[in-house]
Design a protein around this ligand. Structure first.
Ligand SMILES: [Fe+2]
Length: 223
């Protein structure tokens, strides 16, 4: 499953100049990522071995994870900080918001878990676009956040590349690429799109989108 990820390998510092992984599911027990504190620590140690100095925890917030309120995630994040206190690894809390029925209500309530309080990481479903997705992106901007679309290279079934470019050029959307896409983790089409977007300088950030230690170990990265 992971074989194709071994090439090409990128220097972590080349894709992550500040050493921060901006998309991870390190926080345990809140989504389909790490399930135990031990697994969270195993991911952190693997990311360190790849040359990362820190990571943003970006748990899913979406209708299918109804318990993931900002308060609950902050409590778990504080537990992670305690568990990882000896790791010399910088941890920040943000989130990965699905643009679904729950999203507009979340945005109205406020208390969004944004990267550095300014950039909001959002994702789309893989199979069909919600009818109001562009309105939701406008609403993100209206609230003062810069919308950052997670792994745009993975939406080949629902978005043409020209639509992605329009998002970047006209809608003020920035992109976060999954580094695994460059190694073929999400298939050939995603790899091709990722390489093209990368070649055109369209990624603001990269992330590993790591869900478990095995996935982290097989990122196409070297320190
Ligand atoms: Fe993710």
């Amino acid at each position: 499953m992971f074989g194709s990820l071994f090439t090409p390998r990128h220097r972590t510092a080349a894709l992550f100049p500040d050493g921060m992984d901006r998309h991870t599911h390190i926080l345990w027990g809140v989504d389909d990522g790490a399930s135990t504190p031990q697994e969270s620590l195993a991911i952190i140690r693997t990311l360190k071995s790849l040359g990362f100095s820190g990571a943003y925890c970006t748990p899913h917030i979406k209708a299918s994870c109804p318990g993931n309120t900002p308060d609950k995630l902050r409590r778990r994040f504080n537990e992670l900080l305690s568990a990882a206190a000896g790791e010399a690894f910088k941890l920040e809390l943000a989130a990965e918001y699905m643009l679904d029925d729950l999203f507009e209500e979340q945005l109205r309530r406020g208390a969004m878990l944004a990267h550095d309080g300014t950039h909001l990481l959002v994702e789309l479903p893989q199979s069909c676009l919600p009818g109001t997705w562009k309105d939701m992106i406008s609403a993100v901007r209206d609230q003062g956040y810069t919308p950052v679309l997670a792994h745009p290279e993975r939406y080949g079934r629902i978005l043409e590349q020209a639509e992605l470019l329009e998002l970047a050029e006209r809608e003020g959307v920035r992109f976060q690429g999954n580094v695994g896409s460059l190694g073929g983790f999400y298939g050939k089409a995603a790899a091709s799109t990722a390489r093209e977007l990368h070649a055109n300088g369209l990624y603001l950030w990269w992330g590993t989108d790591t869900h478990n230690a095995a996935m982290a170990r097989h990122m196409p990265l070297k320190p």
